[in-house]
Design a protein around this ligand. Structure first.
Ligand code: CMC
Length: 380
């Protein structure tokens, strides 16, 4: 037996504290989420995604001058555009490649073009974080256009990160409500303490690896349906149900079949995820503007049944997809959009990890054989 067997095992590291952090606080019982001490409800009401990235990375709200410089860096064409060779590379990929695979590959490739790739100083990591946050929306939108056989739309430095993303996806200037909704969605997804993808990014950073590698690790972890991939699965479920009149029976049957219902439950929250109410409100407004609230009606029926039957409550992934769908965004782009926002949190955590680093290297409680005798191949 290993020395590690003496320590109590917590499956899935549930409630295990692995580090101190100044970035994000979750109160799972009261349903509160704070970034650097600020309640996300206040940030949603008063801030922008750009300002939130500043808050996460620098640990304070910016002055007007600091914010202007930060927004300029995040919107400049130099930081938003993709290297032409990367666009050529994207065109070589099979059209069926999922947007999340493209994002994982594209972010990894971007490090090959980054002038600071080999520099892991705080200043260089901040520059790379700004570039990655500016480039990821361009990458996601470029793949949407390429796979549909449409010309890639160049970024517009006059538009906010949210407005520009929606513009690059469609080639049309988005409505104010769509831009605002998208910005709120980005604020709400920007960080969430030691979730699986952030932990993956920190583990990578703790080997003194670079921010691109940390973000690629984060994207890989986010992709799974128990984490960021849930928003896509929610919409696939809604598309299966189709009719609000069928939602109650459908969800009761799914519960009876002991199915895992995507968009519900959380490792930390014991009440409704504080992000869900904002996305629900905005999804409803967008649905009303687009002329259909069917998706929201289905989700509301599901939420009522699941909460009452299982005491498991909506999480951030339940309503985000309905909002994106009302903007005409494809279902398989929902998780890349999550990543476009969470890159802010990953970068903040990589900076914090590098600032006070110790290699993250846990143990396993070995339960395998200890006296296996090697049998030569010819005798097996
Ligand atoms: N549907 C049905 N049952 C559930 C669900 C669900 N969504 N979530 C938890 N449960 C049940 C689970 O079956 C188990 O019951 P029992 O004790 O009778 O076996 C109990 O609740 C505890 O579940 P668990 O899987 O041990 O809890 P966990 O902390 O490991 O899981 C979770 C957390 C998020 C993986 C889980 O709630 C889940 O699979 N939810 C659906 C996927 C999802 O929406 N993920 C997005 C999470 S929020 C955003 C993000 O982080 O990306």
């Amino acid at each position: 037996m290993s020395d590690a067997a003496a320590n109590p095992l917590k499956a899935g590291l549930e409630d295990v504290v692995v580090s101190t952090s100044d970035i994000c606080f979750i109160d799972g019982h009261k349903g509160r989420l704070l970034y650097r001490g600020f309640d996300v409800d206040d940030l949603v009401a008063q801030s922008t995604f750009e300002e939130v990235t500043y808050l996460l990375w620098y640990g304070k709200l910016p002055s007007r001058k600091e914010l202007d410089a930060h927004v300029k860096a995040l919107s400049s064409t130099a930081n938003r555009k993709l290297p032409p060779k990367l666009i050529t590379m994207l065109r070589q990929l099979p059209k069926k490649t999922t947007p999340m695979e493209v994002l994982r590959t594209g972010v990894s490739a971007l490090s090959a073009f980054d002038p600071d790739a080999a520099d892991n100083s705080r200043e260089a990591t901040l520059r790379k974080s700004i570039r990655l946050t500016a480039q990821m929306p361009t990458l996601v939108a470029a793949w949407e256009r390429i796979r549909r056989g449409k010309p890639v739309v160049a970024p517009n430095p006059k538009l906010s990160l949210s407005g520009n993303f929606l513009y690059m996806m469609t080639g049309k200037k988005p409505t104010e409500l769509a831009t605002k909704t998208f910005d709120v969605a980005l604020i709400l997804h920007a960080d969430h303490e030691f979730n699986a993808s952030t932990f993956a990014a920190r583990v990578t950073a703790a080997t003194l690896s670079d921010v691109h590698s940390g973000v690629v690790s984060g994207i890989g972890a986010l992709k799974g349906p128990l984490h960021g991939g849930a928003n896509e699965q929610v919409m696939l479920m809604v598309q299966k149900i189709k009719d609000p009149a069928k939602a109650d029976a459908w969800i009761r049957q799914a519960l009876a079949d002991k199915a895992r219902i995507m968009g519900f439950g959380h490792r930390v929250y014991r009440v409704e995820d504080p992000r869900a109410k904002h996305l629900k409100r905005l999804a409803l407004e967008l649905g009303q503007q687009a002329g259909s609230t069917v998706n929201i009606q289905i989700l509301d029926i599901m939420a009522g049944v699941v909460s009452a039957a299982k005491h498991i409550f909506p999480n951030v992934d339940l309503y985000s997809g309905a909002a994106y769908a009302s903007m005409g965004i494809s279902t398989d782009q929902f998780t890349p959009i999550f990543a476009m926002s969470r890159v802010a949190g990953w970068a903040a955590h990589i900076l914090e990890q590098h600032g006070n680093n110790r290699l993250i290297r846990p143990r396993s409680d070995y339960t395998g054989a200890t006296d296996a005798k090697y049998v030569p191949l010819a005798e097996r």
